[in-house]
Design a protein around this ligand. Structure first.
Ligand code: AMP
Length: 288
């Protein structure tokens, strides 16, 4: 496995392979790799001839009071995982290479990025959209894989690629979970042992919402309060948002007639967790 740090060397490597007709697959990450990342890497490996994984903790997507400085960076472990999964290139640019002095251009966001994470973390998605655009420009993959875990981020990337004609096939893969249902995340290591035991409550609350939709409840508010009831049993958890949304627009649904995505964000101490479930309404299932 090659470790490439310079964007210019990365672009040259890709350009040579593209000229030979090699299909390049790409998994962008911020490192601290876990089984969720591994699943993306394995799926990517099956779908391309040359596989690039980027490890870049992108300062542009962190707010001023967020965890940029303490974000975990176990680079040797990450490289070992990539080697084991037969990754061809681990692309590890520096902040100075990605944002040299004089850097000015940021991507303007589509409406899909406005609510939920967009509201809770004001600069987050413009940092994500900008770094994804830059990484695609450097790595020039034909295919890139993202996780459903970050549902709104995946929706944003799909819109970005379409609107800016980036020419990358974007594949979204299911969320990988711990045994108790907690969505794997590099930030789970911040949880105290007590909070770790409570953390799967978020998934259970989304499941409670999904369950009543499957049983035929259509009222968005009723679904939202069923989800909230589960969280409220754990006083240590604070709700940031619990939402019943149209998966295409991410706007709240007053009634669920077809599909919904249930989005949730909660806080346990200083740790913020997000998760989501896609669910098909009982009425919609009957038609097939
Ligand atoms: P991150 O390193 O957190 O920026 O994540 C890199 C990619 O891995 C993103 O596309 C995430 O959505 C995806 N990802 C993170 N956690 C999971 C998970 N538990 N299951 C599947 N994909 C994930």
């Amino acid at each position: 496995m090659k470790i490439i740090r310079s964007p210019t060397s990365m672009a040259t490597w890709s350009e040579q392979l593209r000229r030979q007709g090699v299909k390049i697959g790409f998994v962008p990450t911020m490192g601290a790799l876990h089984e969720g990342h591994r699943a993306l890497i394995r799926e990517a490996r099956l779908r391309c001839n040359a596989l690039v994984v980027s490890i870049f903790v992108n300062p542009a997507q962190f707010g001023p009071r967020e965890d940029l400085a303490k974000y975990p960076r176990p680079i040797s472990q990450d490289r070992a995982l990539c080697r084991k999964e037969d990754v061809d290139v681990c692309f590890e640019p520096t902040v100075e290479d990605m944002y040299p002095s004089g850097f000015q251009t940021m991507v303007t966001l589509p409406t899909i990025a406005r609510r939920w994470e967009g509201e809770a973390r004001p600069h987050h998605f413009s940092g994500v959209a900008t770094v994804v655009t830059k990484l695609f420009g450097i790595v020039r993959p034909q295919i890139a894989l993202f996780g459903q875990k970050d549902f709104q981020q995946s929706a944003l990337v799909l819109q970005l690629v379409k609107d800016l004609n980036l020419g990358v096939e974007v594949v979204v893969q299911p969320t990988v979970r711990e045994k108790d249902g907690l969505a794997m995340s590099s930030r789970n290591v911040y949880l105290s042992s007590d909070d770790r035991m409570r953390a799967a409550t978020l998934y259970r609350s989304l499941q409670a919402g999904a369950e009543i939709i499957r049983r035929g409840v259509t009222n968005g508010k009723a679904v939202q309060s069923a989800m909230a009831q589960v969280i409220e049993k754990e006083p240590a958890i604070t709700i940031d948002y619990l939402a019943v949304c149209d998966p295409a627009t991410l706007e709240p649904l007053s009634s669920v007639m077809r599909q919904a995505v249930l989005l949730g964000a909660v806080r346990l101490g200083s740790v913020r967790l997000i998760d989501n479930i896609l669910v098909v309404a009982k009425q919609a299932r009957r038609k097939f």
